[in-house]
Design a binder for this molecule. Structure first.
Ligand code: FE2
Length: 113
């Protein structure tokens, strides 16, 4: 842990950093899932959902950045490595065969929830 000038004990800072890191791994996974939907949607409502999934990706990307900064402010190291994300995220694996808009909406909705 790095030095921090925040008025919080090391114990509290470590706990907060661990929680933020866990949520950042989930958010990075969610970000990738939104792109998975954006790239692979087929069929009815393609244009609207293709754009919508990219919008979701953009919003989640901002969350990731905020979470990363909440990790570094109290002295932590934001770990955005893909290996860490794959190991730590608690989200369900996105099914590779997801095709229709309805299937993508259900899969992404479940991850968001
Ligand atoms: Fe695109």
């Amino acid at each position: 842990m790095h030095i921090s000038h925040l008025d919080l004990s090391e114990h509290v800072r470590k706990g907060a950093i661990a929680l933020f890191q866990a949520r950042m791994s989930d958010a990075l996974n969610l970000e990738a899932q939104a792109k998975q939907a954006h790239w692979n949607i087929k069929g009815r409502d393609f244009i609207q959902l293709h754009a919508f999934f990219d919008e979701v990706h953009g919003v989640v990307e901002e969350f990731v950045d905020t979470l990363a900064e909440r990790i570094t402010a109290p002295g932590g190291v934001a770990d955005g490595r893909i290996q860490t994300t794959a190991k730590s995220s608690k989200l369900y694996e996105y099914a590779l065969g997801t095709r229709s808009g309805e299937q993508h909406l259900k899969a992404l909705g479940a991850a968001l929830a």
